[in-house]
Ligand binder design. Structure first.
Ligand SMILES: Cc1ncc(C[n+]2csc(CCOP(=O)(O)OP(=O)(O)O)c2C)c(N)n1
Ligand SMILES: [Mg+2]
Length: 314
């Protein structure tokens, strides 16, 4: 379990790493699909991953950098991968960063497709007689995909050590969740699968950590799957270049007021756990760490064309 200060540090590290990624994309130093950032959603990854232990496995979505950082992956090697350099986690060949040794299975570009794969991993963990768990992130949009329902039903039937973590950020690209989900909550669906469900404030890292910790304890003890819905707010666009014409300025301004980093920092300060000075020092350290990561990435070589045919699995 990470301490309060550790959780804040993780959230700040995610925010800064992703901002640097978007800045590099805007400068044309990185090509491809515009970055999918977790700005405003950092408490979900930080809290959830703080409840995990070595050997547990997470499966991430297209918004996958936040869980990678929260799981303790090296920001320098993540940045190198985002730059497509050979020093990155996937040798510069895919920004779907993977580090099996740290329990991060690569991101999934196909919405909801990681959920059945995570259920398969949980089945393997169970059949091997381990007490390790799998945790899969999926969005509110993904929650309406058949793959999620099929996996949840099987996971319940087979009592799999699985945590279904729905990161509800209020939008599926430009579609608000209010016009896509009729039920009061996605967590309520758990009852229909015969699973426990929990709804938590996804902008509170401690609430997320505690809800996921309870689900993990249950799974380790052989109690099976839990569905956790973490309600958060996407502060930016769907992807970094999205001008968000479908949202009012007032809505965006209100969302920034509830920024989880701002809120958690104020809470720690009020509890006497964080001074202004310590907070500024932490931010400066993170700023320097990410600046060094960007410089390392810029100076790293790109892979040779022939390397495209290495590390393939079929
Ligand atoms: C099966 C599938 N359908 C559609 C898409 C296009 N798509 C990419 S991200 C996305 C939004 C998913 O929304 P949500 O699950 O809420 O995740 P969020 O982007 O909000 O994190 C969509 C529809 C896709 N990649 N895969
Ligand atoms: Mg969403």
């Amino acid at each position: 379990m990470r301490t309060e200060i550790g959780l804040l540090r993780t959230m700040l590290l995610i925010r800064r790493l992703e901002a640097a990624w978007a800045e590099a994309y805007a400068r044309d130093e990185i090509g491809g699909i515009p970055p999918a950032l977790s700005t405003g959603q950092e408490a979900v990854s930080a809290g959830a991953c703080a409840a995990l232990e070595p050997g547990d496995v997470v499966f991430t979505t297209h918004r996958g950098q936040a869980p990678q950082v929260a799981r303790g992956l090296d920001p320098t090697r993540i940045m190198a991968e985002l730059y497509g350099r050979r020093t990155g986690y996937n040798k510069g060949k895919s920004y779907h960063v993977t580090d099996v040794s740290r329990g991060v299975i690569g991101m999934g570009g196909i919405v909801a497709a990681q959920v059945p794969v995570a259920a398969g991993m949980a089945l393997a963990q169970k059949l091997r007689g381990t007490d390790r768990v799998s945790l899969v992130f999926f969005g509110d949009g993904a929650a309406n995909e058949g793959a999620v329902h099929e996996s949840a039903n099987l996971a319940a039937m087979w009592t799999l050590p699985l945590i279904l973590l729905c990161e509800n950020n209020g939008y599926c690209i430009s579609q608000p969740v209010a016009v896509a989900v009729k039920a009061a909550s996605i967590a309520d669906r758990a009852a229909a699968y015969g699973l426990p469900g929990a709804l938590v404030d996804g902008n509170d890292p401690l609430a997320v950590r505690d809800a996921v910790a309870a689900a993990v304890a249950r799974a380790r003890a052989g109690g099976g799957t839990t569905l956790v819905e973490a309600r958060t707010v996407r502060l930016g666009g769907h992807l970094a270049h999205d001008p968000q014409h479908y949202r009012s300025r007032e809505e965006i301004a209100a969302a920034w007021e509830a920024c989880p980093i701002k809120r958690f920092r104020a809470r720690l300060a009020a509890a006497g756990l964080l001074t202004e000075e310590a907070s500024a020092r932490m931010e400066a350290e993170i700023e320097a760490e990410i600046a060094a990561a960007v410089e390392f990435a810029r100076q790293s070589p790109v892979p040779e064309p022939r390397e495209a045919f290495e590390d393939l699995w079929a």
